[in-house]
Each structure stands twice: as C-alpha cells, then as structure tokens.
Design a protein around this ligand. Structure first.
Ligand SMILES: O=P(O)(O)OC[C@H]1O[C@H](O[C@H]2O[C@H](CO)[C@@H](O)[C@H](O)[C@H]2O)[C@H](O)[C@@H](O)[C@@H]1O
Ligand SMILES: O=c1ccn([C@@H]2O[C@H](COP(=O)(O)OP(=O)(O)O)[C@@H](O)[C@H]2O)c(=O)[nH]1
Length: 786
C-alpha cells in the first residue's frame, strides 16, 4: 500500500539546536513525551516541521541550520520576535494552565487586556508562520498532522488556503471541562479552527467528551456519536491513546551498558528500595505533592526510614516562565526539609536532580525501580509510566499512578491508582507497593506489559492515519454533491437580462445581522432586520420587474413590523398566511387542517419552560416552538428529549403533526407545513392578484437559512420539477390554469437556490453569511448603475 507523505507539525522539533560556529550546529534530543512518541513513527515518510529551540536572526545561520536539519528529516520554523510572547506567553502561560485546570495565572488577573491580547496576537502570528512553512513544503496528497495546543489556528489557515489538504489535529494534553475552557477569551475562534480539521483526536474519552461539549455549549454545535456537527458539516472526533515504542525500551534494557548501570546504581543505593520519579519540572506533574506524600510515609512508617530512597529526575523545562522557577524553589525547599528531618550522615531519603539523563541510564533506572511514583495533577497521557513497564526485569516493581493522568485509563488495571491531592492516600499506596507480594507484582506487571506491547506509537499513528484517510475519502465522495459558492456575477447578469423576476427570501439568518462571535448565546438575539438592508430592500422592491417574497416561520406581526413599508409579499408561519403589503392577510392553510392539538402542546411547553431556566416558548396560529438558546445547552438538550416523550405520549399521539428538533428548539406544526409545500399556494395567490401578468417568471433567486424540512423550497423551482408541478392537478383546476404553460420559465441558468452559512444543503449554491446577502442585494438594485 502506498502511504501518503506525512507532514508532522508541532511546536518543538525532536532535536534542539545549539550554534557551535557561524555555519555549524549541534543537536540534543528535545525533552517531553510528544517527541519520544513521534520518534516511534517508522512506517511513514515523515517530514517534521517545528521550532528548532533557538532564535536565529542571520541568513547564514538559518541556511546552515536548515541544511543540517534536513538530514534529520526536519524543517525549521523561525519564530523570531514572536517566540517569547507566543511560546512562553500564550501557549505555556495561558493555554497550558487552562487545559490542565490551573486557571489563568495571577499576573493576568491585573493585566488581562494588554498581556492577553498581545500574547494572542503573537499566537496568531506564530500560527501564520507555521502555515507559511507548511505551505512551502506541501505536496499534493500529503497529510498534515498538527500536534497540540500550540497550533490550534493552523487547521483553519490550511483549509482556507486549500480545502483539499488532509488535515488532522491531535491534542496531547487534557481538554478540560467546558466550565474551565469557557474562561478562555478566544475560546470560540480556537474551537472553530480546530473544527475545520478533518479529524480531531484525543488521548481519552473524557477529553474528547469535554471538547464536544465545549463546542456544543459555546458554539451551539450538535454532538453525534461520530463527532461535532456544525451547520450540517461533521468534524470527526475520536480517541487515540498514544503509546511508546516498546521494542526500543525492551531491547535497550538488554544492552550491556544498561546492565552495567543497573549494577552500579544498585550498589550506589546501598540495597535500599528505589522509588523513582521522572517528570519534567512542571507544575502539573505534582512533584511537591509527591514529596509531601513521601514525607507522610516516612513519618508514619518508622521501619522504612533508611531503607527506601526516592530518586526524582526533574527534567528542566520552560525556564523562561516564572511559575517554573517557583516550582523549582518549592521542590528544593521540600527536599531540604525532608532530608533534614529523615536523613542521616550516610544517606538522605530524597535525591532530586534538576537535569535530564542519558537514555541508557533512564532504562537502567526503570529496570531496577521498585515503585514508580506518578502524581500528576493532570497529565495528557504520561509516557513515563509505559516506559517503566517496558523496562522492568526480574522481580517486578509497582506502578503508583495518578488517576488524573490519561495513562490511568489504560494502565489503571495493573497499577495502584491514587488521587495525588490526598497525601494520606498516596502515602498508603507507597506502603502497599513496597510490601506487595512478588506474585501480585508479577500479575499486575503482566496486565500492563501486554497493554504496552500491543499499543505502540506506530499503532497509534496507524489508527489515526487510517481514520483520517477514511474520513477524507468519504468527504471526497460527498464533495460532488456539495453546493458551489454563489457565482454573484452570473446572478446579477441574469437579473439584468430578465423581465419578470421572483425573489424568495428567508428572514432569520438571511436578512438579519450575522452572529459575529458565532457563539450559541448570541443566536437568539439577532431577530432584527440587517441595518444595511432597509434602503436596499426599498430599491429592490420598487423595481416593477421584481417580485419579492419574504418567506419565514415568523408570525404575521413580526413580518409586518420589519417589512410592512416595502412593496412586497409576506408569507408568515411558513406560508400559512400571506399578504401583499398593499393588502390584507389571507389564510393559505390547506383545507381541513386540524389545529386541535395546539392547546395540549402549549401545556407541555409551559411545563418545560417553567422547569428549564432561560427557555421560552412562542405559539403562533399554526405552530408552537420551544426555544432554549439561553438555557444551559446540555440541560436544554436533556429536557428537549424528555419533552419529546411527553409530546408523543400526550397531545401529539393521534394528531397529524410534525415534531421538528432545531438546534435549540422543538417545534410542533401540522404535517406537511414546509416552505416548499407552501410555495404552490403562494405562487397561485401572486398570479391571481397580478392578473395583468403577461410575461412568465424568467428568473428565480431563492435565498435562505432554512431548517432541513424547509429545504424543499430550494428544489421547488428546479427545471424538471417545475414541469411536473405545472401539470399537477392543482394547476389544472386552480387559479393558475390560464397561465400554467407560461407561468415559470426557468431553465437552470436563470435559477439560483442559495443556502446561507450552510454547505450541507439541497441548495445549489451557498453564501457565507447575511452580510453577503446584503452585498448581493446591493448589486442587484444597482445592476444598471453600479
Ligand atoms: O516542549 P515542552 O514545552 O518542554 O513540553 C514537552 C511536551 O509536553 C507536553 O507533553 C504531552 O504529550 C505527551 C505525549 O502525548 C503526554 O504523555 C503528556 O501527558 C503531555 O503532557 C506537551 O503536550 C508537548 O507539546 C510538549 O512538547
Ligand atoms: O531526562 C529525561 C528523562 C525522561 N525523558 C522523556 O520525557 C518523556 C516524558 O513524557 P511524558 O508523557 O511522561 O510527559 P511530558 O513531559 O510529555 O508531559 C518520556 O518519554 C521520557 O522518557 C526525557 O526526555 N529526558
């Protein structure tokens, strides 16, 4: 099978560069799990795009570094002056703490606007720089795999530029509950961008669920078992727990150098039991909590004093950030205190090392460890746990693992899970691990070893890529059916040529002001006519060759209020009532329409409104709608489900009604009340009142932001369907009889059906927002005089 080339994009490259001369560079491996994990991708032709860990300002240096990195399959991204504000600022001081439930750091609380905004600007700039580099190296067919919170805007930049690029985004950290995520000022922009990717991946179900939930609460998208649906477009969201490259650890542990280290360390530690900690010195790793728990253990277990050593490898990280300096001091203080309390002339209970160690030493330590202690307060996965499992030999050690690490979900069965905030619990777990029987330790180890062996990095990447390919090939199949961007030039040209035009316009989302933030809570507010439309509509409607119909689900009074002054047709309640603004309302309900169900439905809606804060309902003459735009989204949805049960069991059980679920609404109306079905009657009335009509309608433009059930209006005028409709009994016996053969003359090039803000539609074309509708109307009314 030919695999596509893979462009991996992450903030850091796997190597950190150091300048050794004008044109010479040396490299060390970058720390952290993301790098370790991605180095395990062997079966793809991979180019890695990222920051080389240094600022380079001169062209000679950049060129030399690019050449040296190219030999390692790496492409540098030079971030220059934005680097500090971007990496230390927005990424690691805003996104990182929020994603790990630490909240916004204190310094931002007094300086939210300046600090936040300048750092977010740097974030945007940096993402643009990443975009430029990806673009420069992208070849058709490549897959672009974006990693982590550093590049959340990248999917959007890539897709805007080339919608055919296959783009995946994977988050290595937790995605927090929406309650925490909501505090981020740029919350919706980041979510929207991530949703443009073809596939979005997380380590655990919790993180995926939180993401889907945040989209639902903040953007008002829908959740399905496959992912997030926004305006009909589905973004797949799935869970891919990362692994390690087990063979690398297993084989390295067998090397003689490693065996030598094992012997040496054992002798250095003087027969004491070894508790090991390996973490970047990061606030989320809970190192102070680990020390406090160990102190408690020593306090309560006098017998173990002098017989156990806690060795903590605290790998330096993010030195440019104040919080990371503080945590270092805090750890040093605690170690001093505990060593002072429980140490002796010949030994101390804690060795804390502020450094990284050689891979062979790391494997040797993993191999001889009795207890690996992981007390992360939050951790995306924690690969150290898996590495420890892979390296264990002889009598096995025990994994004590924080329940707040992603690894807790995959290695929990073979570990002692702990809440790192509960010092006593961790202390007890240390005791339990140290005294566990050999058999029990072996049993636990085997469970985890099987998992680690079978869930490799390669497997993880294969799963992600297979899913991405599946998703994108499905999307390609569907692209043929997708609507095209409205060719506005043709729309205007055909308009100029035509003699009798019909314009059918929706109201909400079509002629109202667009929701700028694109957040759910703003949706219910935009019920007023777009401010730039008034004059333009006036001009449009005063053209004698143009008939304008506003076809909305709104009530008569709302249409009167917004459009009463123009020379046009108003079709309220999805066409159940119709009037020309010069005349009175007439009822256009089908005969024998039974509306007896309305009172019962109103009672159910009233009941749920009282019990759902922020919800409300509106009853018109032919339908009842319950809205929960302003209610808690998740609760609103649960209530809506419950409401459906009540409706089906009660007032709608024997009634001929449709119950339609909108994004934040439940609507009940008589069967078949759709905009498309109303079109026939509307057209009949227009013709009837326009007795002098001599020219057939030779231009139809239908624009809306309609519910799925109302999209039948887009197909109503399609040339083949129009012919069918013309010969239907309705026309034969009704008011259109006389003009039926000459009523509508649309052949396709003079018919435009347009969905606003929705590319998953039956309409042939789309426009992005009502701002575009305003522009278009402007062009139509100035077509002779632009
Ligand atoms: O490059 P740094 O800023 O120094 O940070 C190192 C990496 O830390 C984070 O790693 C995460 O990825 C691991 C693998 O998926 C996961 O096991 C761990 O729980 C995470 O914390 C960060 O997400 C990376 O971007 C950094 O490179
Ligand atoms: O001196 C060291 C010790 C460990 N590690 C590696 O750092 C990674 C830590 O990954 P983890 O997922 O546990 O946490 P992260 O640092 O990514 O948050 C592991 O692969 C370790 O082998 C390292 O780079 N240098």
């Amino acid at each position: 099978m030919v695999r596509p080339r893979l462009l991996v994009v992450s903030m850091s490259l796997p190597v950190t560069a150091k300048r050794t001369g004008e044109e010479t560079w040396s490299f060390t491996m970058s720390p952290g799990g993301l790098v370790s994990a991605l180095l395990g991708l062997k079966e793809f032709e991979t180019k890695w795009i990222g920051w080389p860990g240094v600022d380079v300002h001169d062209a000679v240096g950049k060129k030399a570094l690019s050449i040296a990195l190219a030999e390692k399959g790496c492409i540098p991204v030079f971030l220059e002056e934005v680097c500090d504000q971007y990496y230390n600022g927005y990424c690691n001081n805003i996104l990182w703490p929020i994603f790990h439930y630490l909240g916004t750091p204190p310094e931002y609380r007094n300086d939210v606007i300046i600090t936040y905004q300048s750092q977010y600007d740097a974030y945007k700039k940096a993402n643009r720089i990443f975009f430029d580099v990806v673009n420069e190296h992208y070849q058709e067919g490549d897959v672009v795999w974006c990693h982590d919170y550093h590049v959340m805007l990248l999917p959007q930049y890539l897709k805007e530029y080339n919608s055919k690029m296959k783009v995946g985004w994977f988050l290595h950290t937790p995605f927090p509950s929406s309650e925490m995520y909501k505090t981020l000022p740029s919350r919706s922009e980041l979510l929207r961008s991530v949703l443009t990717a073809d596939l979005v991946g997380f380590h655990t179900y919790d993180f995926a669920r939180h993401f889907v939930n945040a989209c639902m609460c903040i953007l008002g998208t829908e959740a399905t078992s496959e992912g997030v649906v926004d305006q009909g477009k589905l973004t797949r969201v799935a869970v891919f727990p990362i692994g390690i490259e087990p063979e690398r650890f297993i084989n390295t542990s067998k090397l003689s150098e490693v065996t030598e280290y094992m012997k040496k360390f054992k002798s250095d530690f003087g027969g004491r039991k070894l508790i090991l900690g390996v973490d970047r010195l990061d606030t989320i790793k809970g190192i102070p909590h680990k020390y406090q728990a160990f102190e408690k253990f020593l306090e309560e277990n006098e017998d173990w004093r002098g017989k156990v050593l806690l060795l903590q490898i605290a790998v330096p990280t993010r030195n440019g950030i104040g919080e990371y300096q503080k945590i270092k001091d805090q750890c040093h203080g605690l170690v001093g205190r505990i060593n002072g309390r429980f140490g002796s002339i010949s030994s101390v209970p804690i060795i804390h090392l502020d450094c990284s160690i050689h891979f062979h030493q790391l494997c040797a330590l993993y191999a001889i460890t009795d207890v690996l202690l992981v007390t992360s307060l939050r951790d995306g996965m924690n690969l150290v746990s898996s590495e420890f499992v892979a390296c264990q030999k002889g009598e096995k050690g025990v994994l004590v693992l924080s329940e707040f690490a992603g690894a807790g979900q995959s290695l929990g069965a073979g570990a002692l899970l702990v809440n790192p905030w509960n010092v006593k619990e961790v202390s007890n777990a240390i005791g339990e691990a140290l005294s566990m029987s050999r058999e029990e330790k072996e049993k636990k180890h085997q469970i985890n070893f099987q998992y680690v062996k079978t869930h490799s990095t390669q497997q993880w990447a294969d799963d992600f890529m297979n899913k991405l390919n599946e998703v994108t090939s499905k999307a390609e199949q569907e692209t043929g059916k997708a609507p095209h961007e409205l060719p506005q030039h043709d729309v205007v040209q055909q308009y100029s040529k035509s003699k009798n035009r019909l314009l059918i316009l929706g109201f909400y989302g079509t002629l109202t002001k667009p929701n700028k933030n694109q957040e759910r809570r703003d949706e219910g507010m935009n019920l007023e006519l777009h401010p730039q439309l008034k004059e333009r509509l006036k001009a449009l409607c005063s053209d004698p060759k143009t008939t304008v119909v506003v076809l909305s689900r709104s009530e008569k009074s709302v249409l009167d209020q917004n459009f009463g002054e123009h020379d046009m047709w108003l079709a309220a309640e999805n066409g159940m009532f119709l009037r020309h603004t010069a005349g009175e309302w007439v009822t256009k309900m089908p005969e024998n329409m039974n509306l007896k169900w309305i009172d019962g439905v109103k009672q159910v809606f009233k009941y749920f409104t009282e019990r759902t804060p922020g919800s409300y309902f509106q009853a018109s003459e032919t339908s009842v709608v319950w809205n929960y735009h302003y209610a808690d989204a998740e609760f609103g949805r649960a209530q809506a489900k419950d409401m459906l049960q009540h409706l089906w069991a009660g007032p709608t059980s024997n009634a001929s009604v449709d119950v339609v679920q909108g994004r934040y609404s439940v609507e009940v109306h008589s069967v078949g009340v759709t905009k498309g079905s109303a079109m026939e009657r509307i057209l009949g009335e227009i013709v009837l009142q326009n007795k002098s009509i001599t020219t057939p309608i030779d231009y139809v433009l239908c624009i809306g932001n309609f519910l799925g059930k109302d999209e039948d209006v887009y197909t109503f005028f399609e040339p083949e369907l129009t012919k069918k409709t013309m010969s239907s009994p309705y026309y034969g016996s009704g008011p259109l009889k006389k003009v039926s053969s000459t009523l509508v003359d649309v052949k396709g090039d003079n018919y435009f059906s347009v969905a606003v803000g929705n590319t998953h539609t039956k309409a042939s074309y789309f426009l992005d927002s009502s701002d575009d509708v305003v522009q278009l109307i402007h062009k139509l009314c100035t077509h002779n005089n632009p």
